[in-house]
Design a protein. Structure first.
Length: 361
């Protein structure tokens, strides 16, 4: 088997031990004589997976008891609409920090439901920086304040979070959940698509305060209401069984690695290897992001010309490093360093960058 280094931004690399275990269990799940993707979501076999995955997520993220953990379909993009539908109406408002492409998309959906106040807009700086968390204050009467914890396209990441007081803080953490310890008590609702650090695409985790569940719009159709899923333990309808099962294995793998403290240490080492290669290149490589908010998950960089970028990407591909082109909306290069990316992958890329700069600088 010839495994490449997978730097795709999502769906992204998964731990090899998890993939191997899925392979071994997919036909005959733990001796039950059928696959987990065939068995009823009401069965005892699946119930163990479902509740075990919730328990491990609670443990790793230290989720307080006054939060519900929900497994929903539709990806994080579905949450762009579900959040405002539950907590906004045409006569109310919310606040947004517009930090990049994903925050813009979430805001666009919120605007279709209620009024949006922009408390920070990074467009003037081409989404290369974030506000001082202490400067982010909710507007009077705001129902909630929404942030995106990590922008995969722009490569900016919150290092600390705003204190919004009594106004609920809501975060899209799709691309950096489980990459570092986070004080969940700061938030009222966190949502995250699975396909970065958590597992394969198909599931979205929603972590929501119980008191916020009680404020959901009572006039929504059943699936659109967080309350429906909280009451039913995310089993109102058939959940995304395979994604939940695989994510449960990823959570077990994270625990085996030493939990989030150990994962964070490795993630910092991986990111440092690439940022050191960029900053030590005498301008051959350039990262446009403000150093104080550089992402640990998505390292974006440019070379001196698009022609050089094309040559670099071709060499990287030939050496088994895939997924390095930047997003089509911005170009350049991007290395995604999610939890399952081994340190050897980051080191190999850093060495290629240094060698390429020596030969073409």
């Amino acid at each position: 088997m010839n495994r490449v280094f997978n730097f795709y931004a999502g769906p992204s690399t998964l731990p090899l031990p998890v993939l191997e275990r899925i392979r071994d269990e997919i036909v005959d799940f733990r001796g039950h004589g059928l696959s987990i993707i065939e068995t009823s979501h009401r069965s005892s076999e699946y119930e163990e997976i479902h509740n075990g995955t919730i328990a491990n997520l609670r443990e790793l993220l230290r989720i307080p008891d006054d939060f519900e953990v929900l497994f929903l379909g539709g990806g994080a993009t579905f949450q762009f609409g579900m959040v405002p539908l539950n907590f906004l109406d045409s006569s109310s408002s919310c606040d947004f920090v517009v930090s990049g492409s994903w925050a813009k998309k979430a805001m666009a959906d919120a605007k279709k439901v209620g009024k949006v106040n922009v408390v920070f807009d990074g467009a003037a700086d081409k989404f290369t920086t974030l506000p001082d968390p202490k400067s982010v204050k909710p507007s009077q009467g705001s129902r909630y304040l929404h942030i995106t914890s990590n922008e995969t396209i722009g490569g900016v990441q919150w290092q600390e979070f705003p204190d919004t007081g009594s106004v609920p803080l809501i975060a899209d953490m799709s691309s950096d959940i489980l990459s570092r310890p986070v004080d969940m008590s700061k938030f009222a609702l966190v949502y995250a698509g699975a396909q970065k650090n958590l597992g394969p695409a198909g599931m979205t985790v929603v972590i929501i305060r119980k008191e916020l569940v009680e404020k959901c719009n009572p006039d929504l159709t059943a699936y659109l209401s967080y309350k429906t899923h909280a009451v039913g333990n995310s089993l109102y309808n058939t959940p995304p069984v395979f994604s939940i099962y695989a994510s449960g294995l990823v959570l077990e793998w994270i625990k085996e690695q030493g939990g989030l403290a150990a994962v964070t240490q490795r993630n910092r080492a991986k990111a440092s290897a690439l940022y050191d290669a960029i900053d030590g290149s005498d301008g051959f490589y350039r990262c446009p992001v403000d150093r104080s908010v550089r992402s640990m998950m998505n390292v974006v960089f440019r070379l001196k010309s698009e022609e050089l970028e094309k040559t670099f990407l071709e060499e990287a591909g030939a050496r088994g490093m895939l997924g390095l082109p930047g997003h089509r909306s911005v170009g350049g290069c991007r290395a995604s360093l999610y939890n399952a990316m081994p340190i050897d992958g980051a080191k190999a890329l850093a060495e290629l960058m240094k060698d390429f700069a020596r030969r073409h600088g």
